[in-house]
Design a protein around this ligand. Structure first.
Ligand code: 13P
Length: 251
């Protein structure tokens, strides 16, 4: 199993100047050999500058989205091919905000995952149920549908899966660690049943209101190999404290 991956999803935050300031501060904290893998996913406007600042450092660059077509008449879109050209390593696919606010369907998410692999990127595939679905006892059914749709053609490259229950995102109310653990275990079993030993290589992150104060509750779980962090990743010290929780022994 590779090192845990703790990734910052800034969403629609930070100017170019703020990006530079953040990365300088984060790099000073991280040093040469951090105990976990770190990735930062800035907005598109800051990607090129972030690529320059992170080149040769242990912090990987991620993007929050990417279009599966290599190029073409897709006004407002940025392609996986263009991201790869910048030196981006990770790309978030199927975040619930994109599914919910921008109407991205399972089939489109599947195209993105395939395209990410085709251009040498590592997809961070987001899955997760709404509160209504959880209350109706349908959490696994929904996650299983999202997994099957996105990965139906098999694993053609390295993969990260972020389990992000929709109701835990940006609410300050994370999932119960035991529920996150149970879901991660089901995801792992599903991967192993479908893809055999390859399924062992996939890192499963938890995302949804992860903060320095609760990070260890998730990152100490045997089934969880990292976190996808929104709000609490916007400050470099806070993000670094979360990352350090992934390497500390469980409480
Ligand atoms: P928050 O950490 O702000 O809840 O966001 C989680 C998320 O959506 C990361 O992709």
């Amino acid at each position: 199993m590779p090192k845990p991956l703790v990734a910052a999803n800034w969403k629609m935050h930070k100017t170019l100047r703020e990006t530079e300031e953040y990365l300088r501060r984060l790099l000073a904290l991280v040093g040469a050999e951090p105990p976990v893998e770190l990735a930062v996913c800035p907005p598109f406007t800051a990607l090129a500058r972030a690529a320059e600042l992170l080149a040769g450092t242990p912090i990987a660059l991620g993007a929050q989205n990417g279009h599966p077509q290599r190029e073409g008449a897709f006004t407002g879109e940025v392609s996986m091919y263009q991201l790869a050209d910048l030196g981006v390593k990770y790309v978030i696919c199927g975040h619930s905000e994109r599914r919910r606010l921008f109407g991205e369907a399972d089939a489109f998410v599947a195209e993105k995952v395939r395209a990410a692999w085709a251009y040498g990127l590592v997809p961070i595939l987001c899955v997760g149920e709404t509160l209504e679905e959880r209350r109706a006892g349908r959490a696994w059914e929904v996650v299983e549908r999202q997994l099957s749709a996105a990965l139906g053609d098999g694993l053609s490259g390295p993969l990260v899966i972020a389990y992000e229950p929709v109701w835990a995102i940006g609410t300050g109310v994370p999932a119960h660690p035991q529920d996150a653990q149970a879901m991660a275990r089901r995801i792992r079993a599903w991967l192993l049943a479908r893809y055999g030993p390859l399924g062992e290589e996939v890192r499963i992150q938890y995302g949804g209101s992860v903060k320095p104060e609760n990070a260890r509750e998730f990152l100490g779980l045997p089934e969880i190999q990292g976190a996808l962090v929104g709000g609490a990743s916007l400050d470099p010290e806070s993000f670094w404290r979360i990352a350090l929780s992934a390497s500390a022994p469980s409480p």
